[in-house]
Design a protein around this ligand. Structure first.
Ligand code: AMP
Ligand code: GLY
Length: 424
């Protein structure tokens, strides 16, 4: 088969890396890809949201399967366009991807179908949002309605900060049109987990559990990022919790989407808060998580191409997933300043030192090649992912590798996976 993967981050590098292990594959393309991906696939210089060019490329090359990484092309309707052209593509249609593209839509849907989530209200006007927020005790959670790369959510410990967050989203338009509406939400306390599942619109096949680390600094301090590291499995998702999440959240939401005429096919990702009153949904994503995908796919033994095809062809009920029992940990190495402003073009040293470490793989995210040298080119630069027997060994393997890599202004969290150790 000829396969095209769309995207250029660590998640897409992991997807390409896993696809490359499939016996079904004859050639992999990635658009636009990155300097890590280029080692295992042919990178094509087409942007992830240039749907027309991507479609023309897929037709010209006779691509048998396209896999979409990021949310933007899904929200723009890439799956509908490819299907109209008779091309096979893995991911949700435009109207199904709205579950991620609009927080207001997803909250209303959860309310309608009694899926546990934080109490909320949606506003189109900043003054109304503030008036409502004022009636609640801080902390209050303020969210831009639309896509904001994980950065449109503010946890506000005071009312002043709540008002400021509403203004940043609705008046300053820091996230553009994503801030036309704002969601004001109840603060939920608890531990977070990422719950990802393949679905063909009917069968829901959960992937191994994982936990992300959203905040930029250790101990979950500082602003939220796209994710600073992840590990799998997450011991907090016990078998009984997994069943609860499936019965109360995943199956009901997939059925709800079908009932609404928005059949969801692809990877559905629930960001969960495990509260004292049970698991509640923080958000749904219509795609693989980044960086959760890196440790999850490192543990997946099943042929991923067979899985993609089964989801497209409504055959997931016949599939059983197999997992490596070991733990995988991904530490994201980022540019100083991220998720705010940061400099690019810093020379990355030390990757050659890792060649002999067989339990480690370095997934590239924001890298590029300049004058023959690998340099930083984004906020999240590398996802150093290691596997090991037990969480402690996996953490040690990951950080042993991380410490061999450096550049001017490198930043990473030192506590990825620590929560899994303390919960043992
Ligand atoms: P979201 O993009 O909606 O998942 O929000 C990003 C992050 O903000 C989550 O991973 C949580 O850490 C935090 N968050 C979002 N909503 C809430 C909430 N209602 N209560 C507490 N924390 C939240
Ligand atoms: N790691 C969070 C996300 O992919 O949205």
């Amino acid at each position: 088969m000829k396969i095209l993967v769309i995207g250029s981050g660590g998640r897409e590098h992991a997807i390409v890396w896993k696809i490359a292990q499939s016996k079904k594959v004859e050639k992999i393309f990635c658009a636009p890809g990155n300097p890590g991906i280029v080692e295992i696939a042919e990178c094509v210089n087409i942007k992830a949201d240039d749907i027309e060019e991507l479609k023309a490329f897929a037709i010209k090359e006779g691509i048998d399967l396209t896999v979409v990484g990021p949310e933007q092309p899904l929200a723009m309707g890439i799956v509908d366009e490819f299907e109209k052209a008779g091309l096979k593509i893995f991911g949700p249609s435009k109207n199904a991807a709205e579950i991620e593209g609009s927080k207001a839509f997803s909250k209303d849907l959860m309310q309608k179908y009694n899926i546990p989530t934080a109490a909320y209200k949606v506003f189109e006007n900043a003054d109304d949002a503030k008036e409502y927020a004022e009636k609640h005790h801080p902390p209050v959670v303020v969210k831009a309605d639309g896509l904001a790369a994980g950065k449109g959510v503010f946890i506000c410990p005071t009312m002043d900060e709540t008002f400021l967050a509403v203004d940043i989203i609705m008046k300053e338009k820091a996230f553009g049109d994503a801030g036309n509406r704002v969601v004001i939400e109840e603060f939920l306390a608890g531990e977070e987990a990422s719950f990802l599942a393949f679905t063909d619109g009917e069968t829901v096949l959960p992937l191994a559990s994982a936990q992300d680390h959203k905040a930029v600094y250790d101990d979950d301090k500082g602003p939220n990022t796209g994710g600073m590291g992840a590990y799998s499995p997450a011991p907090i998702i016990t078998p009984s919790m997994q069943k609860k999440v499936m019965d109360e959240i995943m199956l009901p939401i997939v059925n709800a989407m079908r009932a609404e005429g928005r059949i969801f096919k692809g990877v559905l990702y629930a960001g969960l808060m495990l509260t004292k009153k049970g698991p509640k949904v923080l958000e749904f994503n219509a795609r693989f998580g980044d960086p959760e995908t890196q440790p999850i796919l490192m543990r997946l033994k099943t042929d991923i191409v067979a899985l993609f095809m089964a989801a497209i062809e409504n055959r997931l009920k016949d599939i059983k997933l197999e997992w490596d029992k070991k733990t995988a940990v991904c530490v994201v190495m980022a540019s100083e300043g991220y998720p705010g402003d940061y400099e690019k073009g810093k020379v990355i040293n030390g990757l050659d030192n890792l060649k002999d470490m067989k339990d480690v793989f370095v997934f590239h995210a924001g890298t590029s090649v300049k004058d023959g040298r690998l340099v930083t080119n984004g906020g999240r630069v590398l996802g150093v992912t290691a596997i090991g027997t037990g969480i402690k060994r996996a953490i040690k393997n990951a950080y042993t590798a991380v410490e061999k890599i450096n550049w001017d202004g490198v930043h990473y969290r030192r506590d990825i996976g620590a929560k899994a150790v303390s919960s043992r």
